[in-house]
Design a protein around this ligand. Sequence first.
Ligand SMILES: C[S@@+](CC[C@H](N)C(=O)[O-])C[C@H]1O[C@@H](n2cnc3c(N)ncnc32)[C@H](O)[C@@H]1O
Length: 254
Amino acid sequence: MLINSSEYQAMFDAEEKLWWYKILHEKVLAFIQARQLSKDIKILDAGCGTGGLIAFLRNNGYDHCKGFDFSEDAVSLSRSRGFDVSQIDITKISEYFTDQVFDIIICNDVLYQFEDSEISGIFKGLFSKLSPGGFLISNNNAFEIFSGTHDIAVGSKKRFRLDDFTGYSNVSGVFNVHSHTYWSLFLSPLILLIRSIQRLQIKLKLVDLDNIKSDVEMPSTLVNSILYNIVKLEERLFKRAPFGSSLFLILKKK
Ligand SMILES: C[S@@+](CC[C@H](N)C(=O)[O-])C[C@H]1O[C@@H](n2cnc3c(N)ncnc32)[C@H](O)[C@@H]1O
């Protein structure tokens, strides 16, 4: 399911400032920088949404970034930023980029829209576009206990655990899980509280399910900065956290 136009606009407006996007984009950049790869590497953002991560990587000197998304709204908002973004269905990715390979592919928060039976096929397609030894970076929503109205708004079919990815690795045979962390551990109690209240509201039919909004919304500058700094502190203290509402993975091509 694709999300509605207003959600893409919300994403476009928030993704350069909202603490959550900032943390995620910095995690992606930190991995790429730690590999000490040349700035000329070819990067593909699969399901790139409105292009915020491409903007961030380009601002950090990675000029050879492309993206694709299935949504017309996402593609046109990305193109309005001047980026090379195509309209492609990720389940058909093997039919595209036939004469190209990428050093890094990123697929953040896209897989939740698919059944397990489709995800291994998506991985086969994505990894066929990676150069030998290349990496796929993928952030995904984690643990069903964190589900709430956001999941309904974005059409989530599931939330993930590490075991899911070892399963996709075994079935597809194209990658190994190189490293992972859940995040944010420190914000988990707060997120759990909010999502539990949302689930109760849904149960009591206090929520209009046809007009539900995602959590992509800018808080005040102060709150945004506090949440950002809490996660930054967590990153300094733990290289890998055991729990959190997102699972950040580095997958290595076999
Ligand atoms: C939650 S957004 C994430 C966007 C971006 N990766 C990010 O981190 O901000 C999920 C994206 O997956 C895209 N999407 C959904 N189904 C798709 C498909 N079949 N092929 C490609 N993209 C798809 C949606 O249009 C949306 O932009």
